[in-house]
Structure formats: structure tokens, C-alpha cells
Design a protein around this ligand. Structure first.
Ligand SMILES: Nc1ncnc2c1ncn2[C@@H]1O[C@H](COP(=O)(O)OP(=O)(O)OP(=O)(O)O)[C@@H](O)[C@H]1O
Ligand SMILES: [Mg+2]
Length: 320
């Protein structure tokens, strides 16, 4: 039995590292100075071979990379709590660790350090119980492409033990609620647009009535109307079905209007956490009300090219 005052999600000091192949010597040679200095705007928290990495090497507990490998710290000591019925947003540049974090929260990956509890249950030690409470929708959800949305939904529901009759009614109800045309319920998924497929992915995740829903970029690639439909569906899941939702998005406006609180990730670390209003208040400069996009750029924006690098920049040499 889950206590009513237990937070939906408690994330404590999570670290997730990946061992990836080192850059080949020829790429290191051809890499520009900007990239070496990490000023190319891409987030990649990389430690070098033999453990002498940018994060303090082995001194702060980061393991040594194997020969020919380097360690990428995708999630770097992240802690936060999500209350029940909260819509919690995670924002961050490409490669900042959002999807990795979601995969750790949904028991797909084990963290290297730290603990995660979902309604008081440990995702590592009680993963089977946690799996019954959560569902995750990734930006590239997998389907049986030859089957129709309805068949995919029924398959998903039966996997989770929902009875055939109940699954049928629910699938019909949810597909209608998502604004899918009735004649597309039975078309093969491969003939549907990406936006439509994305809606079916969310519908499938909610068939099992998860109380924590992890949505990784659920509206990426959707047209404005479909985006609004998905957003209102997310609100409904919270308001009517008491779901707690953790969502990642690259749409700052969507995060602003949808999320109760937002964490901004950069290089695997949380660089800000608060309500959209608090974040904007903190970034307020010269009395101008900033947008969430301004906040995001202020906290994570890196100059593409530093001014001093421009002074000795010779394009001909780079291109030759
Ligand atoms: N399976 C993996 N193996 C090796 N490295 C990985 C793996 N998954 C993620 N990474 C690395 O971890 C870092 C974080 O990636 P992640 O996909 O979590 O970022 P993201 O914030 O979701 O990015 P995006 O906005 O592009 O979806 C990146 O440097 C990525 O290359
Ligand atoms: Mg991602």
C-alpha cells in the first residue's frame, strides 16, 4: 500500500556513465581548437582514457576508462523530488542527459551511483513493483508497424494483463479522445504520419493507467494542433486520473504552460529547478520579464565561437 504523503518520485544523487569508444587519433588531429575547448555548443561530459578526465579523474570516484574507451557522464549527481499529481518538466540541450535520466527512472538502465524511489519503492530492488506503476513513452516509440493502432494498443494492454473486453473499450475511447480519425484505427501503423504514431504511443502508455508517466519529447514533430491535443491529454491524465507526469521537451512555450516545475539540465547536471515563474524571476535583468527561452539560453547557451578564437581564425587553413 502506498502512503498518501509519499512523493511520486525521489531521485537522489544519480550518476550514469557510459563507456564509449575513444575518438580515433585522426579525428583528434583534425578537430578545431573550439571543439577541444568545448565551445561548440554541444553538451558532452567526456572523461578521457585512463581516467584523467575533465571531471576530476579518479580523484572524485570517477572510474578509469578502459584502453581505447572514454567515459561519458550522461547524468551527473542529479537529485530532485516530484510530488504526486505534479507535471514536472526536464529541459536541456541535445545530449544533456534527459533521455538517459528517464531510462534510469523507468528501470531500463541501472544508475552507477545514487537511488531512485517511485512512490517509496526502489527502482533497483523493487523493479517489478515499480514497473506496474510507471510507463514511458520515448520519442521513437516502437510498434508492430504492420498492425493497426488498435491492434498495437490491444497487444500492449494484454501484455500488462488488462482483459480483452476492457482493453477493447479503453482503446476505442482513448483513440477517439486523441483526435485520431476513426478510419485510421485499423490502418497499418506504417501508413500513419509520425505525429499520429506519437499519439498512439501515448495512448498505449495510458491504457495501463500508470500513476507515473514518463514522457520523453512526446510532442516533438507534431503540428501545432496535435501538440495542443497531446498537451490537453497530459493535463487530463493528471486532473482526471491523478497521474504524475515527468516530461521532456525542446518547446519552451510548452514547458511554460504545461509544467508546474521545471529542472534544466546541462552536461548531465541540474543547473536550475523551480516553477516557470521562479525561473523567469531569477533570470530577470533590467526589469524586463524574460521568457523561458531566455532563461534556457542564459543557463545553457554557449557561444558558438569565442571572440578570442575569431581573432586568429583562418578559414582557408581549416578547409584545406
Ligand atoms: N547507450 C549509450 N551509449 C553511450 N553513450 C550514450 C548512450 N546513451 C546516451 N549516451 C550519451 O549520453 C549523453 C546524454 O545523452 P541523452 O540521450 O541522455 O541526451 P538528451 O538530453 O536526451 O539529448 P536529446 O535532446 O538529443 O534527446 C550523450 O553524450 C550521449 O551520447
Ligand atoms: Mg533525448
Amino acid at each position: 500500500m502506498i502512503g498518501t504523503d509519499t512523493p511520486a518520485l525521489v531521485v537522489e544523487n544519480i550518476v550514469k556513465r557510459f563507456n564509449v569508444a575513444s575518438e580515433p587519433w585522426w579525428r583528434k588531429l583534425t578537430r578545431s581548437k573550439n571543439e577541444t575547448n568545448g565551445t561548440n555548443g554541444l553538451s558532452r561530459n567526456v572523461g578521457q582514457e585512463n581516467g584523467h578526465n575533465q571531471n576530476g579523474g579518479t580523484n572524485n570516484g570517477t572510474p578509469r576508462a578502459k584502453r581505447g574507451k572514454q567515459i561519458v557522464t550522461a547524468v551527473d549527481h542529479v537529485s530532485f523530488e516530484v510530488e504526486r499529481r505534479e507535471i514536472f518538466g526536464v529541459l536541456g540541450p541535445n545530449g544533456s542527459g534527459k533521455s538517459t535520466l528517464i531510462r534510469v527512472l523507468s528501470t531500463l538502465l541501472l544508475p552507477d551511483e545514487g537511488t531512485v524511489t517511485v512512490f517509496g519503492l526502489d527502482v533497483d530492488k523493487q523493479s517489478m513493483q515499480v514497473k506496474r506503476l510507471i510507463n514511458r513513452v520515448s520519442v521513437d516509440a516502437a510498434f508492430f508497424k504492420k498492425l493497426s493502432p488498435k491492434e498495437n494498443l490491444l497487444y500492449g494492454a494484454r501484455l500488462y494483463g488488462v482483459s480483452g473486453a476492457e482493453a477493447n473499450i479503453k482503446a476505442q475511447e482513448i483513440l477517439k479522445r486523441l483526435g485520431l480519425r476513426e478510419n485510421s484505427y485499423t490502418e497499418p501503423m506504417e501508413e500513419m504520419s509520425r505525429g499520429m504514431q506519437q499519439k498512439v504511443a501515448i495512448a498505449r502508455a495510458f491504457l495501463t493507467q500508470p500513476i507515473l508517466l514518463l514522457l520523453d519529447e512526446p510532442t516533438t514533430g507534431l503540428d501545432p494542433r496535435s501538440k495542443l491535443e497531446v498537451q490537453s491529454f497530459v493535463r487530463e491524465l493528471r486532473d482526471v486520473h491523478d497521474a504524475t507526469i515527468l516530461i521532456t521537451t525542446h518547446d519552451m512555450y510548452e514547458a511554460d504552460v504545461l509544467c508546474d516545475r521545471i529542472a534544466i539540465l546541462d552536461d548531465g547536471k541540474i543547473v536550475a529547478l523551480g516553477t516557470p515563474a521562479e525561473l523567469k524571476q531569477r533570470a530577470n535583468r533590467n526589469g524586463h520579464e524574460p521568457t523561458l527561452e531566455d532563461v534556457f539560453m542564459q543557463l545553457t547557451g554557449k557561444e558558438l565561437v569565442e571572440k578570442e578564437d575569431l581573432s586568429d581564425f583562418e578559414p582557408d587553413k581549416v578547409l584545406s
